[in-house]
Write a protein that binds this ligand. Structure first.
Ligand code: DOR
Ligand code: ZN
Length: 367
C-alpha cells in the first residue's frame, strides 16, 4: 500500500459562501488537511471594500467577511486570505490603505457576468488605466484573475478554433504583463495549453492554480451523459489542454503551478432552466489531486513523484503568497474510501465523484 506524509496545505482558491453553510464548508477543508485558504469574495453583496467603516448597502468589506469566516470555524486556520473583489468603484487609494493596514493581500478580477457572482466585474483592461493595477504592483498586492474574455457570442466562446480563455491569454494578459512587469499575478484555474504557455513564458511573478477536475477530466466526460456536476467555469477543455496541465504539474522543476481547488458548492446545482457552475471538492481535494497525478504518469510510490506532488499541493503556492510551510502533517494512503454527501442547512451538497456516480475514491486521508 502506498502511503506518504505531507505538510498541511493551503487551498489558494476556494468558495466558502455565506450564512449557515459556511461552517460545514470550512469543516470539510479542515478535514482534508487544510491549514489555510484563500476564500473568494463573490458573496452577495460582493466583498468589494476593505474596511467595515466603508461598507455601504452595496458592498461587504474584507474585514467583515473574514470575521464571518473566522466565526464559522475559520479561526482554526492559521491563514485566511479574502481578496478584494475589483469593481467599477475600486480606487488606488483603497488598495494603498488596505495594503498599509495589512488587511489587503490580494484582489480578484472577474470577467463581467462571466461566472457565478461575476455581475460586478469590469473588463480587466480598465484597471490598467485607472491606477488600480499600478497601486497593486507598488504595494505587492496579488492579482487573482479569472482569465476569460467576457461577452463573447457562442461561436467564439467555445469553438474548435479558440475559446474565451485562449482569447484572454493572447489578447488581454500580454498587455497587463507588459504594462506592469512586477505585478504578482495568479492565473486562476487555468484550463488551456495557451494559458499554461503564457505562465511558462512569464517571470516568477506570474503563476497559476489548477483544479482537480481540470487535471482529471475533459469536455468529453461532461458531455457523455451530461454529467452536470462536472460543469464549472472555465469549462473543461480538450485532451491536448489537459495534457498541457498535466505536464505543467508533473515535472521536477515545477515552481509555478499549484493547488487552488475552486471548490464551489451549490446546494441547488441544476434547475429547469440551467446549471450553476462549480464543482464541490471540499474534503477530498488531495485525494483527487493524487488520482490526477497518477493519471498524469507520476509514480506516487516513489520519492521523486511524491516531491512533485508536494511542490504542487504544499510548497509552490505557500512560497508565492509568502506563507509558512506548516509543521503539522497529514498522510495520504492509497486505500479505497467512500465519498459522503455533505449535509448543510440548505440541503445535501454533492461532492464531485458522487455526482459522477463514483461511490469511492482510490485515495484516502489519515490525520
Ligand atoms: O465554476 C465556478 N464556480 N467558477 C467560478 O468562477 C465561480 C464559482 C462559483 O462561485 O460557484
Ligand atoms: Zn472560483
Amino acid at each position: 500500500m502506498i502511503e506518504f506524509t505531507l505538510p498541511k496545505w493551503y487551498d489558494l482558491h476556494t468558495h466558502f459562501r455565506q450564512g449557515d453553510v459556511v461552517a460545514p464548508y470550512i469543516q470539510a477543508h479542515l478535514d482534508m488537511g487544510c491549514v489555510g485558504a484563500l476564500a473568494m469574495p463573490n458573496t452577495k453583496p460582493p466583498t468589494a471594500v476593505v474596511f467595515e467603516a466603508d461598507e455601504g448597502g452595496e458592498y461587504w468589506s474584507v474585514e467583515r467577511y473574514m470575521r464571518d469566516l473566522r466565526d464559522a470555524g475559520g479561526d482554526q486556520f492559521s491563514e485566511l486570505i479574502v481578496p478584494l473583489y475589483l469593481t467599477k468603484d475600486t480606487t488606488p487609494e483603497m488598495i494603498r490603505k488596505g495594503a498599509e493596514s495589512g488587511t489587503l493581500k490580494a484582489c480578484k478580477s472577474y470577467p463581467p457576468h462571466g461566472t457565478t457572482g461575476a455581475e460586478f466585474g469590469i473588463p480587466v483592461t480598465e484597471f490598467i488605466d485607472n491606477g488600480v493595477f499600478a497601486a497593486m504592483e507598488e504595494a505587492g498586492i496579488v492579482l487573482c484573475i479569472h482569465g476569460e474574455e467576457h461577452g463573447l457570442p457562442p461561436e467564439q466562446y467555445f469553438d474548435r478554433a479558440g475559446n474565451a480563455e485562449e482569447l484572454f491569454y493572447t489578447e488581454r494578459m500580454p498587455r497587463v504583463r507588459e504594462k506592469f512587469p512586477n505585478l504578482k499575478i495568479v492565473c486562476e484555474h487555468v484550463t488551456t495549453k495557451v494559458a499554461v504557455d503564457f505562465v511558462h513564458s512569464s517571470g516568477a511573478n506570474i503563476v497559476a492554480t489548477i483544479t482537480p477536475q481540470h487535471l482529471l477530466y475533459t469536455i468529453g466526460n461532461l458531455i457523455q451523459g451530461l454529467k452536470y456536476h462536472l460543469f464549472c467555469l472555465p469549462v473543461l477543455k480538450h485532451c491536448a489542454d489537459r495534457d498541457a496541465l498535466r505536464a505543467a504539474v508533473a515535472g521536477t522543476d515545477n515552481t509555478k503551478f499549484f493547488a487552488g481547488t475552486d471548490s464551489a458548492p451549490h446546494a441547488t446545482k441544476a434547475t429547469a432552466c440551467g446549471c450553476a457552475a462549480g464543482c464541490f471538492t471540499g474534503g477530498i481535494a488531495p485525494q483527487l489531486y493524487a488520482q490526477a497525478f497518477e493519471m498524469a504518469g507520476v509514480d506516487l510510490s516513489d520519492v521523486q513523484g511524491q516531491d512533485m506532488f508536494k511542490n504542487f499541493l504544499c510548497l509552490n503556492g505557500a512560497a508565492f503568497y509568502g506563507l509558512p510551510v506548516p509543521q503539522e502533517t497529514f498522510t495520504l494512503v492509497k486505500e479505497d474510501a467512500p465519498v459522503e454527501m455533505l449535509k448543510t442547512s440548505q440541503g445535501d451538497v454533492t461532492p464531485l465523484p458522487l455526482g459522477l456516480g463514483q461511490q469511492n475514491l482510490p485515495w484516502s486521508i489519515w490525520r
